[in-house]
Design a protein around this ligand. Structure first.
Ligand code: AMP
Length: 189
């Protein structure tokens, strides 16, 4: 399997470029945010537990997302590979993920970390919220909290993968095709 992680703060382009990679390479897109929103829509117990956390811009428990990911890996053991978007988001998730991948004889090929200025992030998230109706993309305080949580809990995950020599940073500025050219050059390494 060929597995990539798309990493970065909310609004940094993970979803946009995941879709392009999936189209190009025939991989499966796994967004923990999308999976959680679908649980909320279906009104499952898991969804109901995640809802209040997500509304405040806080993380759902590590165990919840780790077991969702494991379920998908088990169900798709013949897949060509995955693009993980929004996971792992804590060092504990990254460690548990490595243990899980090892168990299934899999590994991460590369982590592509997007960087975008904070003001630009906020305006991109607000624009996305207007289009999608996503509540956590429309409330300024929630957006600020998600960015703060990214800095405190998620950014340390970069060092984790840097130590494994798997981290590539992409400054997401400019046209989508230009940025995707940079992403593509990493995919083919
Ligand atoms: P996203 O769609 O990736 O922006 O995620 C939306 C929300 O889902 C986040 O603000 C978190 O509340 C929750 N979430 C998504 N992925 C994770 C994760 N890996 N760990 C914890 N919470 C997550």
């Amino acid at each position: 399997m060929i597995n990539f992680i798309l990493f970065g703060p909310p609004g940094s382009g993970k979803g946009t470029y995941s879709k392009k990679i999936v189209e190009d390479l025939g991989l499966i897109h796994i967004s923990t945010g999308d999976l959680l929103r679908s649980e909320i829509e279906k009104k499952t117990d898991l969804g109901m537990q995640a809802k209040s956390k997500m509304e405040k811009g806080e993380f759902v428990p590590d165990e919840t997302v780790i077991s969702m990911i494991e379920g998908i890996l088990c169900e798709n053991d013949l897949a060509k590979g995955f693009v993980f978007d929004g996971f792992p988001r804590t060092v504990a998730q990254a460690q548990a993920f490595d243990t899980m991948l090892h168990k299934y004889n899999q590994s991460i090929r590369q982590v592509i970390a997007f960087e975008v200025e904070e003001e630009e992030l906020i305006s991109r998230i607000m624009a996305r919220g207007k289009e999608s109706g996503r509540a956590d993309d429309q409330n300024y305080d929630v957006i600020k909290n998600r960015i703060a949580v990214y800095h405190s809990k998620t950014e340390p995950v970069k060092e984790y993968y840097k130590a494994q020599k798997k981290l590539s940073v992409v400054i997401n500025e400019g046209k989508i095709d230009e940025v995707y050219a940079k992403v593509s050059s990493i995919l083919s390494v």
